[in-house]
Design a protein around this ligand. Structure first.
Ligand code: HAM
Length: 427
């Protein structure tokens, strides 16, 4: 087949290959464990949902719904969409299965999300999120719990240099008043705004606060501050959250320009940002979205949650050379065998060793002793078990170190498991 005919992965969608897949597995394991420790329970929802779900929850005016969704008609003519995020699906599933009736829920999910964005480092069209959502708590304590959970997670992973930014968007009335004040202020500079911001002045002016354009950012310095528009209830709520964070020893800055890219938030929003990562600096973001359950047909339910981007998290860990980024999934031991009887013994030994938790790579197929030893070396294993004709006859195996100068040990096959596990422990 010529090169031109070769089928490649879709632009902006990545293959995850070894050895990096081992790092992902380790990170996922740490995340799962921590979420369990905080009493969050797993939920899985389909990758495909009705398009209306996202239009109704994320907001028609957002970039995600207006420009980035992978939507298509299926064979029945129904409009379906590859989920661009997990929150709306979680709410849809919760309503559908009655999870919000007189119950509180702590849920988490992980999986691929799809947004037709311009691909670049840290921004993909298929990307993986880990998210957690708490349903049924109105206070700032649940917010401190979830922000505290993300802080603990980054500490366990050894992620450094991430800064927590928080903001309060207030209730609907506060946002309406603020929106009017912001538009009033920005209209006098309309001709100096970048094109995106000009367009947003009518449709979604709060998003202008998020502009990365330096000229627009300079104009925003004198803009009205959302925190001046908050009700007393929102102010108290936000202050209590700050006190909880201080008690937990979590440093934060209040960023009145933090508005998030989805329209469903009210009151608290937050992001963890690594300033070294330019436009793709946000590794984790979330906030309160108390109206989504009702908007989608469920009972009034307070909600707070977050999602973190796995690709960005992995890249940040790798670039700072965190301990965890060295994780590789090499086998502990490689089994070399020559001949069918030896191979049968090797297969049995592999089973017994795997049962004891040893990571075993078996040589399969033909191959001279020399060739198999080359493969053993390349596998990264520290030990090798050798079974040749002589060993089959004697009921033995030869155990050798691949990395240290040590005498080879000849051991009875029925004692091989003990000998290997002891040797691995002593390494
Ligand atoms: P989001 O800010 O749109 O929030 O996405 C959360 C995280 O997903 C981002 O901080 C980023 O790390 C990652 N991410 C987003 N887009 C991409 C992309 N194109 N490529 C790579 N990574 C990306 C949400 O999705 C909300 N559902 C979060 C939430 C949960 N709010 C309340 N509950």
């Amino acid at each position: 087949m010529s090169k031109q005919q070769q089928i490649k992965a879709v632009r902006g969608m990545n293959d995850l290959l070894p050895p990096e897949s081992a790092l992902w597995a380790r990170i996922e394991g740490i995340c799962d464990e921590l979420l369990g420790q905080y009493s969050y329970r797993r939920i899985n929802t389909p990758v495909v949902e009705s398009t209306a779900l996202f239009a109704r929850s994320i907001g028609d005016e957002t970039d995600i719904v207006a420009k980035e969704m992978y939507s298509f008609e299926d064979r029945n003519g129904d409009s379906l969409t590859l989920r661009p995020e997990g929150t709306a699906s979680c709410v849809r599933a919760g309503i559908e299965h009655g999870l919000f009736y007189n119950q509180q829920q702590r849920l988490w999910y992980r999986g691929p999300m799809y947004r037709h964005e311009r691909p670049q480092k840290g921004r993909y069209r298929e990307f993986f999120q880990l998210g957690a959502e708490a349903f049924g708590w109105t206070g700032p304590d649940i917010e401190a719990e979830l922000i505290g959970l993300t802080d603990q997670l980054f500490k366990r992973l050894g992620l450094e240099q991430t800064e927590l930014q928080i903001n309060c968007l207030g209730d609907a009335a506060a946002r309406q008043n603020y929106r009017a004040a912001l538009v009033g202020y920005l209209q006098s500079f309309a001709d100096q705004l970048d094109d995106d911001s000009k367009r947003r002045l009518d449709s979604n002016p709060l998003r202008i606060l998020d502009s990365k354009n330096p000229d627009t950012q300079a104009l925003l310095v004198g803009a009205p501050d959302i925190l001046d528009f908050l009700s007393d209830t929102s102010k108290q709520h936000f202050e209590q959250l700050q006190q909880y964070l201080a008690e937990l020893g979590i440093e934060f800055t209040i960023n009145p320009c933090l508005v998030r890219g989805l329209d469903y938030y009210n009151d608290t929003v937050f992001e963890w940002i690594n300033p070294d990562f330019g436009a793709q600096a946000t590794v984790c973001g979330g906030g309160r979205y108390d109206h989504m359950v009702e908007q989608l047909g469920g009972p009034p339910t307070a909600c707070f949650g977050f999602a973190l981007g796995m690709e960005r998290l992995v890249q940040m860990l790798q670039e700072q050379a965190a301990d965890i980024s060295q994780i590789i999934d090499n086998p502990d031991i490689f089994i070399v065998s020559i001949g069918n009887s030896a191979r049968a013994n090797a297969l049995l030994l592999q089973q017994s060793l795997c049962r004891e938790g040893v990571r075993v790579q078996l040589h399969c197929g033909a191959g001279s002793m020399k060739n198999q030893f080359k493969k053993a070396d390349a596998s990264g294993a520290s030990l090798v078990l050798v079974i040749g004709e002589q060993e089959v006859e004697d009921g033995t195996v030869a155990l050798r170190s691949l990395r240290q100068r040590e005498e080879q040990q000849i051991i009875a096959q029925n004692e091989a498991v003990i000998a290997v596990t002891n040797r691995l422990e002593s390494l």
